[in-house]
Every structure is written in C-alpha cells, then in structure tokens.
Design a protein around this ligand. Structure first.
Ligand SMILES: [Zn+2]
Length: 437
C-alpha cells in the first residue's frame, strides 16, 4: 500500500499526542537515503558492556521522516516503493548514518579566554598558583558577568553552531559563571534565546552552585540558601531550566551542603545532576540516594561507588575532555561498564579545564585508552547520553523518535572511531531538516 502524506501523519499522530513536541523547525515528509550502513543504535541495553555484534546495522538503509519524527527505518529501495509519492533526500555517495550525537555536559556559555592559564599549566604551575596570578574560574566569572546578553549570545551561538556542524544535535549547557541571581538569570536567558534561534537543541542546567563566588561574604551554605530562596523560584517560574547541578569537591561544596540544596531543588520539581568524584569521593553516593539523573566526572571513583552506580538508575557521565585539558587520568570507563553501569560521555567543554570541545575526538581517545567497543563508545554519545538528560525521545533511529541523523562520508562504520575524531559528519539532519553537507 502506498501511503500519502496525510496517512503517514495520521499514523504517527498517536506518537505525537503522547509526547510534547517543541515548536522548532521541522522538515516535511520525505525519505532520506540510501546510507551504505545505517546504525540505528536500537536493541542495545541502557546499562552494561556491549559487543559490536549487538549493533543493528541496516545495509543500503533509509529513514522516512515526517514533521521531524522518524516514521520508519529500513531498506532504502523497499521504503521507496512503499512510500512512492514522497520526496527523496537522496545521498549520492558512501555514507554511514547514525543518530545525532548528544553532548550531556558542557559549559559553553562563557566570556573570555583562559589561554594564559593553560600556558601556566603547561609550565607546571599549580591550580593555586594560577588562581593567584589572576586566572582560574574567578577570571571567567568576572568576564561573563561583564559581558552583555548580546555578546554572550554571539559566543554561545558560535560554539553551539560548531558543535551542530560536527554532528552534535543536542547540547546540555550549564550556567554557573556569574554566581549571583541576576547574572545566572542572564546566562539562562541567553541559553534560552540561542536555543530558540538555532536548530540544535540546547538543554539548560542551573549551575549556580558551581562554587561560592569570591565576593560573597557568608559561608558556602549561606550562599546556597540565597540560591534556593532568590534564584531557583525565579528559574522555575520563568521556565528557564528544569535541571539543577552542584559541584561537590574540595574548594566547592561538601556532600552535606549539597544534600540540603539538592533535596530542596528536588522538592521544587528540578531534575538533579552532580559534579562528583573528580578529585575526591563524595558525589556518587549522594546521587544514588537522591535519584539524580546523572553523576559526572568520576575520574577518582572507587569500587564501592561503582557498585552503587551499577545498582541504581543514575547515569555516570565521564568527561575525557577534562582529563585531556588537565593532563589527568581518565575515568575508569571499562570498569564502570563491566560492573554493569550505563556510561555516557560528555565534552565538559569549558574555558578552563576542557577547552577542546571535540566530543567525537575525545570519545575516540577515551575508547582506545579504556578499551571500549565501538558500540559502547557510540552508545555513550547517543541514547545513553540522552538518558543522562532524562530525554527518551532521541538518540536511537526508531519510529516515533526525533529524526536527528548524522552521516559520515565512509562505507564502514568502524572508520568513525578509527580516524580518532578527524573524520567528521558531512551531513547533519536536525528534526529531519538538513543542516549541512
Ligand atoms: Zn563540568
């Protein structure tokens, strides 16, 4: 039977009704293909180790897309005869298709540069010495506070556009570089404005609990009280973010301070994320106790915490870009997977510890050091990363999910990680709409 556009829309209307769709640009009904190989990332579990033999690969694959949603995947020629009247977004060369990548952890709304810090780090200076010379996070806070909304929007637009061009179709973006109510609202408004302007989805997170700002005179818990009383109600009321994150570590906040803060945020209706186990153990047990969506960093996670994670719904997010930026060890990704944890990978793109911002390259490097299979690496930047953000509508090429698709100019999916990040997607579709070629 040949379906017309209206019949297809009727067919997916139930899917649309059950799931709110944001009013972003959505492409009309069409078939995209043929892909030499189409990696759907379907049928892979959310947790635990995965072999490459578990990857679903459709040779000569195609995707039928309507109103930004996947209507069907399958053999391209069969799709063309089944949906005979549809427009075809035809691919004329070798192309491996997969779901758009998802970066579940970034700080890409910032002003200024920390190149000087990096040069000092290369010269062997310590964190304290760099901060004393006027660098460190204090420098970024001063510059981000001083930047206008227009300036911040321009900088965020450039970074988000670059990420989208490289195949990242959903990007989490944290505030946390103003550290006062007015400035944090400014950052969250900037993220909202850029999200509305660009095709790429920006998922904002309130990270006012990054550190206690240097110009705040009270204790860390006094600062958190102000965030809870003055900032979070405004963020909730104005729908600027549904997510709250806190940095638990030496020099940031303690586990006990974080527990009070996150409990209150949870009661207000926020989803929770935690920066934990970067330099000291503390965040994992709290993330499990409070049912956070994710705990991120984990460079120094211990066996006991890995076991806790394996038995929980919390998604561990590892950040190889921070290890590369600081010259530190990677999080034990192999051990996490073998113990039965899920594993998402974020770029942590930020001006201080992770300036590179190349998610694919970082994933490839982590993979070879930690001996992760291709399936595990790609799962970590697709549907497992979506789970870290609480998103169930993307990260897999499956009927009813968003038509976020990327194409690599090769006929063999193994080339993607083999090229260690230098082979970029040459085609990107966001909600079925072609972004670049
Ligand atoms: Zn971070």
């Amino acid at each position: 039977m040949v379906l017309n556009e209206k019949q297809i829309l009727n067919g997916i209307s139930t899917l649309i009704i059950t799931r709110p769709i944001e009013c972003k640009h959505m492409a009309k009904t069409k078939i995209i293909g043929p892909f030499s190989q189409l990696l759907t990332m379907d049928t892979i579990p959310l947790k635990g180790s995965v072999n490459d033999s578990q990857l679903e690969i459709i040779p000569n694959g195609g995707v039928v897309v309507s109103e930004g949603i996947i209507v069907k995947t399958g053999n391209f020629d069969q799709l063309c005869s089944e949906f005979r009247d549809l427009e075809i977004d035809r691919i004329e060369k070798d192309m491996v298709g997969m779901p758009g990548m998802i970066d579940p952890h970034t700080h890409i709304c910032w002003a200024g540069s920390r190149a000087k810090d990096y040069s000092l780090r290369l010269a062997g200076k310590s964190y304290l010495e760099i901060a004393q010379s006027g660098g460190g996070i204090g420098d970024t806070v001063a510059k981000t506070r001083a930047a206008s909304t227009t300036e911040l929007e321009a900088m965020l637009t450039q970074r988000a556009t670059n990420h989208l061009k490289n195949g990242i179709t959903t990007i989490e973006v944290k505030s946390g570089y103003c550290l006062n109510a007015e400035g944090e609202i400014k950052m969250l408004e900037v993220i909202r404005n850029v999200n509305q302007k660009l095709l790429v989805d920006l998922i904002s997170t309130c990270l006012a609990a990054h550190i206690k700002p240097a110009d705040f005179e009270g204790s860390p818990s006094d600062y958190l009280k102000i965030v809870v009383n003055e900032l979070l109600p405004e963020v909730m009321k104005r729908k600027l973010s549904k997510r709250v994150d806190i940095y638990i570590d030496e020099g940031a906040f303690t586990k006990d301070e974080a527990r009070i803060y996150l409990n209150t945020a949870k009661k207000m209706g926020f989803d929770l994320a935690i920066h934990g186990e970067q330099f000291t153990a503390s965040g994992v047990s709290l993330a499990c106790e409070l049912g956070a969506l994710s705990v991120d960093h984990l460079e120094l996670v211990h066996d006991h915490e890995i076991n806790l994670l394996a038995g929980s719904t919390v998604i561990p997010v590892v950040l190889p870009g921070a290890s590369l930026g600081l010259g530190c060890q990677f999080a034990p990704a192999r051990k996490l997977l073998d113990t039965g944890c899920s594993l998402a990978i974020g770029s942590d793109w930020n001006p201080g510890s992770a300036p590179m911002g190349d998610l694919l390259m970082q994933t490839a490097i982590l993979g070879i050091f930690e001996k992760m299979t291709i399936a595990e690496s790609l799962a970590g930047i697709t549907f497992r990363a979506a789970a870290a953000l609480g998103l169930t509508d993307r990260g897999i090429l499956r009927i009813g999910l968003l038509a976020d698709i990327i194409g690599f100019p090769t006929s063999d999916y193994r080339e993607i990680l083999y090229n260690q990040g230098s082979l970029k997607p040459s085609m990107v579709w966001k909600r079925g709409e072609k972004v670049s070629e």
